[in-house]
Each structure stands twice: as C-alpha cells, then as structure tokens.
Write a protein that binds this ligand. Sequence first.
Ligand code: C2O
Ligand code: CU
Ligand code: CU
Length: 495
Amino acid sequence: MKRRNFIKLSGLSTTALMVGTSIPFFSSCLNNNMDMGGNMNMGQLVPVTEGDFSALFAKPPIVSGTTTLTAQNATTNSSGFGKVKGLGYHANGLLGPTIRVNNGQSMNVYFVNQLNEKTNIHWHGLKIPALMDGHPENFINAGGSFNYNFTINQRAGLYWYHPHAEGTTGKQVFQGLAGLIIVNDPEESSLNLPSGNRELPLVIQDKRISAGSIPYAPTMMDQMTGLMGPYILVNGVYAPFHNVETAKYRVRILNGSNARIYNLALSNGASFNVIGNDGGLLATPQEVNSLIIAPGERADLIIDFSTMGINSELFLISKTFIGGNAQGTQEFKIMKFKVATQVDDNFSIPTTLSSIYQLTESMSTKNRNFEISNVDSGPMSGMTMHTINNKSYDANRIDELVNYGSIETWTFDNTNGTEPHPMHLHGVQFQILNRTGGRNTLTALEKGWKDMVLCMPGEKVRVIVPFNGFTGKFVFHCHNLEHEETGMMGQFQVS
Ligand code: C2O
Ligand code: CU
Ligand code: CU
C-alpha cells in the first residue's frame, strides 16, 4: 500500500506519527513495505499441527425451527484437548445444534444471551427481514433475550448461524459460537441423495487452544491476516476419524474458520463431486480433484468410498494453493475416514440436480465497484484497519442505496491487494459472473447461487445480485472476521 493511503487510513495526523514509541515500528513497516515491492505485507504463517486422528467424529444434534438457543460459556470434553472452555449455543460443548427445516416453514427461535457481553444471531444466507437478520447494531445485551421469528423462503441447502454484534463477532465465533441450518425442499428430496448415516455435516475450523481455553487476542499481525490457529477441528473435535461403509456419502462442509482458507482434496488423489454450495444444489454435479473453500462458504460433496477396501483409510486434506503470504503454503490433514463395513450401494449421482435460473449481465441496471485492495495497516494506532472503497465501517453511514427488486452488478476489485478477501452480502443470494486476474476462472463451487465470493490477491470478481428479498438496512463485508472487525464492512439500504 502506498504511504499516502497508509497515513490517511491510519486515521492519525502526521503530528501523531511523530509521537512516542510508534516511530521505530513505523519505519520498520516502511522498510518492510519496500521489501515487499510496494505492498506492505507482514503476512504471518500459522502452521497447522496435525493430530493423531483417534478422536471420534460427532454430528451436531438436530433441532427443529422452533427451538431455544442460549449463547453461553460451554466446556467441552471432546475436543481432543481434555477440558476446554469455550462458547456454545447449548451446554454440551462448542457450536450449536443443527436446525433442520423445510422451505416454507416458520422459524421461531427464542434466543437467550447468557454471555457477559453483547451478542446476536445472524442467519447467514437466509433471505429474511432486516430486523431479524442480526445486523451488527441489533444486538442483545448480556442477560437479554430476543425472539427471532421469520419464514424460510429458500432453496434447499446448507446455511449457518453465528454472532454478528459489532466488535464481538470474531471473538465469539472463534471461541465456539456457530451452527448449521439445513433447509430441505421437494426438488432436493426427489433426488434421494445419501441421507441418515450417509449424510455428514462438517464444520471445519482452526483454533488456538491453550491452558484449557480458546484464547482470542489478535495481534496486529493477526488482524492483518485474519486470526488462524494451528489445530483443525471438525464439529468441535480436533483431528477426528469416522468409520464409513463402502458407499457414497453426502459430505456437507462449512468453512467456519475466522480466516483460514482450505483447498479440499482426498489423500489418495481421488476425485469427488460437488453437488451444491452456499445457495443450494448446482444444476449439474461437478467432478473435481480439489476445491478451494473460504471462510463462510459451504460445499455439498459426494465422496465415494464404494471401491475402497475394508480397513483402508482416506483423509480429507487441504492442499497448498496460492493465496497471499499467510495462506496455502502447507498441506495438512483435516479428518480421517476409515472404511469399516462392506455394503452394496446402488446410489448414483443424478446427472441433473436442480434447475437454476441463470442471470445474465444484460438484466443488470446498475454497476457498483468496490475497491478492496487498499486494506493494510495503521500500526501507530496499535490496530490494523481494513476498508472497502477506502472507508471503514460506520454504523451511521449508509454506503449504497439500492432499489428494491432491481438487479445489480457488484464488482469486488482486489487487483492491487495482497490478502484474500471472502466477500459476503446479507439478505440476498447472487450469481458470480466472472473473475479476471489471479485464477482468472470460476471454480466448481462458484456456479449456481452464492452469498460469498472469494477474491484472491490480484483478482477482480463480478457478481450479479437480485435485491428481491426484503427492504431495509443490511451489511456486506469481508468474511475474514478480523478484516470485518477492523472495518471491512459497509451497509446497503434496500427501499
Ligand atoms: Cu456470516 Cu455477516 O456473516
Ligand atoms: Cu451473512
Ligand atoms: Cu478481507
């Protein structure tokens, strides 16, 4: 980032720059800046430490759309680290139950905040009224409660819920608050996809765990890269294994990490099929050997164990990828599947999964451009700042006015950036038109309907968005939660 912007974004006057101990640090940043060829990048790697994959995999319990969720301190005994204190939406440990609902059903969630700070619930991916959406300013104070009440009007798919109060989101998610929402509909049911014990929801998250707790104390460097941890947990368990049958499984993955991106693959190099993503089923299955999934994104996969021998093992791994200085340099294992039971499985993946109404650019009546490259730090303030169009989040400012019912093209421009930014819009589902620079193409996960789009360094990505959900004030932001917390969020008003 250029020095000019650097000073401007730090929010400090040049006089302030001359004061105190900040000067040596500032000049070392400038040196760093020059070393990096004009882009300041203090990207710090947090290497993954693989476990021994001896802990039992567990699915979160399932509840209906009429339920109580209580944000609370929770102690887990099953993470693989002995007793660990974190947060949960139930008393039985990290995370929360999976809410399973049919399209058209009403959700009636009585939410209780038993934390000692503000929180709320955002229903990530759902098209619901603004006042139910968990806007960062619509929070519930410690000890309070709120009734989340809305109707599901949504394609079958994997959505999720997590806290979204201003200033506490990154911490609360990292310490354990998140849960899945599975929406079913008749189109999906008619496909007879693997279900019951052959449907595995996986919340993949990296954590820091020490002295029986999950510390959240991002350094400036963590704020720059996003907070990453060395331990990869699946559904709240470190390095788990699961016994499977010789059959095809539906593996439904949420990357619930604050900042870490995964490049999913199988340890034997076998291909797998992508059948769905953020907004539900794809039109047709996409066979891949690896798949990049950013924080907040979901991937609905079919993994085939049917040709594997009894007692053989297969790991879900993350392969290396190009993603800035702090991501993608290491290959590591996430979870182990052990083939334990011989069965006959006659499921074959349908060649057509869903019908998707394809939006085209000609339907769009407005283009908006979002510069997301200029997002580095202001070390003098002791805090990193991230921006969209050189602005950091201001609850009192509406950034974009959108006409209800209109279709717009939004461009996220990370051409000059050095960090990956998974961008997310509340209250809508969109389609991705194209990507130029960087990977220069769309991945299997980027067809169909989305509420997230990953912009790697050097990339410019265009999405087409129908604002046909609800009127009101919504946020859009980077789903790297430390970027979001340090300003990389804006508001749009639909009216
Ligand atoms: Cu998971 Cu504002 O989002
Ligand atoms: Cu969201
Ligand atoms: Cu970001």
